[in-house]
Every structure is written in C-alpha cells, then in structure tokens.
Design a binder for this molecule. Sequence first.
Ligand SMILES: [Zn+2]
Length: 306
Amino acid sequence: MPELPEVEVVRRGLERGVVGRVIDGVEVYHPRAVRRHAAGPDDFAAALLGRTVTTASRRGKYLWLGLSPQGAEAAGLEAVGAAAAGAGAAGAGESLLGHLGMSGQLLVVPPDSPDQVHLRVRFRFGDGGRELRFVDQRTFGGLAVVSGADLPASIAHIAPDPLAADFDVEHFVDALRRRRTGLKRALLDQTLISGVGNIYADEALWAARLHYARPTETVSRAEAHRLLEAARTVMTAALAAGGTSFDRLYVSTEGVSGLFERSLEVYGREGEQCSRCAAPIRREAFMNRSSYTCPVCQPRPRRARW
Ligand SMILES: [Zn+2]
C-alpha cells in the first residue's frame, strides 16, 4: 500500500503533468472507482468537463487536484492565477479528491498508449496531450469531486503529515504522550499524524530504537522527538528514491517503480541480520499485518500495549 513518500511522488508527477490543463473528456469504466462521488459516475464526469486543474495537493495519503470554477473554461490560465492568489480561502472552490487505496495508480501517459488491464477512469485534456488514467487492480482506491480547493472538508480531520510545513512538533509530542495505546498503533492513527503506514512505522521505530508495543504514556519527550525525527529522515530518503514499490503495484505517474525497497532496514527482512547489531530481524503479527523489529535494538517493554 502506498504511504506518504509514494503519494508525494505521485503528487509531484500530477503537478508536472496535469496542472494548468483543461479537462475535456472523462470516461468511468468501473463505478466502484467513483463510489465516493455520491451523485454517480455520470455526474462525476459532467462535473469535471471544461474545468482547469489549478493545483496538485496532498495531505497524508490523500491527493487532490484544485479545479477552476465551473463554466470558467475560457478563463483557462487566468483561473490558475486566481486560485494561487486565493490560497488560504479555506472551503472555497472544488477539487478532484483521490485516494490510491491498496493498489491505485494515477498515470500520465500518451493518449495512444494501450489501455491498462485495470483502467478505471480516463481523463482527456483539451490540448490533446497526455491523458490522466486511474488504474486500480483491487479497487480500494477512489475518486470524487468534492467541495474545497485548499483543503477538502471531507479530509480536514486528517492530521498534517511529518513532512508538511505546518506540522506542529510540540503538539504531536504532547498528543502522543496523552494517548493510552501502543506506540505503533499511535503512529498509524491518521488523526494524530498522517501518512505513516506499516512500512515507515517499522522503519522509524527501528531507527529510533523503540519497540512498537511501548505504551505511549511511558514514552519520554526526548524519545517522541527521536521517533518523529526518524520518521522524517526515513520518509525523506524514501521520497528521494522515488518511494518503495514493495508489492509492485505502486508506481509514479510515469509508471516508474520506487527504489527504496532495497534501503529498508527491517520491513520485509525477517531472519536477516540487523545492520546495527547483527541480530536476526523478527516478524510478529500486528493488526492483521506484520511488525518487523530487531529484538536487541528494540527490546520489548515489560508492560506492552498492542
Ligand atoms: Zn539490532
């Protein structure tokens, strides 16, 4: 499943590939891909026709494309400028909101390139150039036209992510230590900190030498800072490598896989030696998935919360 670095790679690709362009054709091939658009596939397509993509934004694992006002297609590039000048007017305007789910891909490809097997939605643009295609094998992802261009109302409850400029470190440290849960469970809670999934939670905990079942109320301020710093470091490195393509389904908008998988220290490395202490990495069941730890660097707490 794509996490923050992978989604940010996609956002950057959308910024390069579709911002400033006018949507002039939308085809929905699978209604499940737009199930969060309550008015249905036809309304979804009609709502997007003639609109200019003004921005490409992300919060946590959600992506959204800001849209010029309806009927402003002739204004074209002026709408882009107006949206930029109006940044901060929360709630105004509309966006095309997307979530990649387990296996979603947003590809920006030449119109004559063959359709992907799991192509769900196609967007054509007025300039006749590259199309935007939403491809999703398992259809857990989805797209919808929603209100709000700067921060869609439907995702306003999602906390800023650790790579965001507005991430409040002291607030995170306080909120984490007030929780009564396990440390990894807290890291995966999108209302506390967003964008951290199973892979980068395990990597950050290993880097910070903290066990995932540490009760959050026993975590010191220094440890919380160390963990956050570790999460930022590992996600920044992953972003630089184009993300992690662990299950082969995540790709950039150009269809390129990320290379960070080879830099993972514990995730997916059961039985391999810890690079710090040579102890074999351990895998344990956790929330229907797995947690990977070094039993020496990350000792299990005497009192654990799962
Ligand atoms: Zn170790």
